[in-house]
Design a binder for this molecule. Structure first.
Ligand SMILES: Nc1nc2c(c(=O)[nH]1)N[C@H]1C(S)=C(S)[C@@H](COP(=O)(O)O)O[C@H]1N2
Ligand SMILES: [Mo]
Length: 291
């Protein structure tokens, strides 16, 4: 009889192997969550496995490999968020239900489903901002840096658009009426330097995202203070948020504080964590790579 081969007593030390192993476990835990008495505990456990996986990223020397592993981890984290969000896809307080509820494939990007409510999504806590406290700084490669109050923004030409909101966690809210000032008006005030290609837009409390100049300057990209005819509720970015209808929701910075114009692309909060730089929902550009 052949002897039983001895088992390798040590786990493999290759960080990519370690990450793969942790992702498989996280996937298993997540899939089993619905059968558990307390699915929240399973989600927590899966999130811990993802944290462990993230810690291994530091041991990967190759930048490209590290980025693609980071994206693989982030994709799982987003799946977890989606599961945890599912029971909460209901209207925010004081916000009317979305009027359109048809599953029209021309309106709903691939992999999205409609929500009648308006889920609240952000990292950190809602800042308590009085309208008088709002300032938007327009800076970087500009002719003249601007520090604009809400009153100054509201004195510029006002625009109203009706647009759909698509979150990377797979919910879509149709027919949002946004009122505000088009960002291109604000850019004109500051004067965009010829070498500008991109912008980083920041918001409370330490959030940011990147956009290319062409997208930021589109006529339906607004700094908005009203939604469906009412002042924007604080949980949804009030008193003032950015709205970028052509991109996944993470580009629509709530409680916006700064627009910084740059001659290169610099990733923001989620882009650093593996989300796609462009984020076109019709192309399903959720993550940096297809993993
Ligand atoms: N300041 C800030 N803005 C943010 C976020 C955030 O975490 N912080 N999350 C983004 C994400 S992922 C989405 S989908 C939308 C959600 O907007 P809502 O909460 O009004 O639905 O806000 C975006 N703007
Ligand atoms: Mo999102």
């Amino acid at each position: 009889m052949d002897p039983v081969p001895p088992q390798d007593p040590l786990p493999p030390e290759d960080p990519v192997d370690q990450i793969r192993r942790l992702l498989v476990r996280a996937d298993d835990v997540r899939k089993a969550a619905p059968e558990r008495a307390q699915p929240e505990l399973a989600w927590e456990q899966a999130a811990e496995l993802l944290d462990e996986a993230r810690a291994w990223l530091e041991d990967i020397d190759d930048v490209e490999v590290r980025r693609s592993q980071a994206a693989a981890i982030t994709r799982r984290a987003a799946d977890l968020d989606l599961d945890a969000l599912a029971p909460m896809l209901e209207p925010s307080p004081d916000v009317a239900r979305a009027p359109t509820q048809v599953e029209d494939p021309d309106r709903v990007p691939p992999g999205q489903r409609l929500t009648p409510g308006w889920p609240v999504l952000h990292v950190g806590t809602v800042p308590d901002l009085a309208p008088e406290e709002v300032r938007v700084i327009v800076t970087g490669r500009v002719r003249e840096r601007q520090v604009l109050s809400l009153a100054q923004l509201q004195a510029l030409p006002t625009t109203t658009v009706v647009r759909d909101l698509h979150c990377v966690t797979r919910w879509t809210r149709l027919d949002n009426t946004w009122t505000g000032v088009a960002v291109h008006e604000v850019l004109d005030l500051a004067g965009v330097a010829p070498e500008v290609t991109h912008a980083v837009i920041s918001g409370h409390p330490a959030y940011s995202t990147n956009l290319d100049l062409e997208v930021l300057g589109a006529s339906d990209v607004l700094l908005a203070w009203q939604h469906d005819g009412a002042p924007l509720p604080p949980v949804h970015g009030g008193p003032l948020r950015l709205v970028v209808p052509s991109r996944y929701g993470w580009k629509s910075v709530k409680w916006v504080t700064e627009i910084r114009l740059l001659d290169r692309d610099v990733p923001g909060y989620w882009e650093e964590r593996g989300y796609h730089d462009v984020a076109d929902p019709w192309q399903e550009q959720r993550f940096r790579d297809g993993e």
